[in-house]
Design a protein around this ligand. Sequence first.
Ligand SMILES: [Zn+2]
Length: 288
Amino acid sequence: MPELPEVETVRRMLADHIPGRRIANANVSRHRLRSETLAGLPHRLEGRAFAAPRRTGKFLFLDLDDGHTLLSHLGMSGRWLFAAASEDSLDAEMPHVHLRLEFADRSRLWYQDIRRFGMLRIVPLARLSDDPSVRLLGPDPLEHPPTPGSLLDAAHRSRVAVKTFLLDQRKLAGIGNIYASEILHRSRVDPRRPAGAVTPEEWSRIAPEITRVLGDAVSRMGTTFSTYRTIWNEPGQYGDQLLVYDRAGQPCRSCGAPVRRFVQAGRATFWCPDCQRRAATARKRPKA
Ligand SMILES: [Zn+2]
């Protein structure tokens, strides 16, 4: 599932290509995304031009020149695909395309979504912060990097496991299952610890890893397991940087012990029990 780094990669690429382009034609499929029909989109989009796209967490805001934004979430398998006028990379027979935009200069922007958990919706910019999908989102960790103190406050009295806490979009917007495991491994924190019991010292390791892991993943265009692609239909390149995610049974890259997988709140967690022992730093061997 696309997380912050994948969505930010898409945003940056769209920012290079769509601002100022005017939509000449818009066509939608007859399918629904989540529960929403797309039938109303074409007449709202035709004739409009895009401004610079923005993002909070996993949501993209493709602002239009009429005071509205096209709110987009990639869900499990959504992709924005772009082709310049001279390119024939978008094939009319391509399946699962739910929105086809053709610009006045004949370049094209398509939205493809195999599993249809994504979202496309027009929202007035003046009401965006009240939108039910957006209003509960916590801070975006690239825009507002978390500090040990902000995380300690956000987790105050929380009894959910720290891995599950990191996935809570109301606390931090954008971290998903891949990067939560990676952040906790690099911070050497046990993913099962109740978030409210994580110590200030542990948050001081977690906070910089959130920014570092997400930033590194953005610089490598995200991680592709199955469906995520950039707007040029390329896979992300962060997969070979993963230390624990999807590596169950393989040796930990730090200590050699087997990486473990277990299910937490319905989601797979990957970790190294040796490196992420509870209060690992407190158990350093005393000086001889
Ligand atoms: Zn290890």
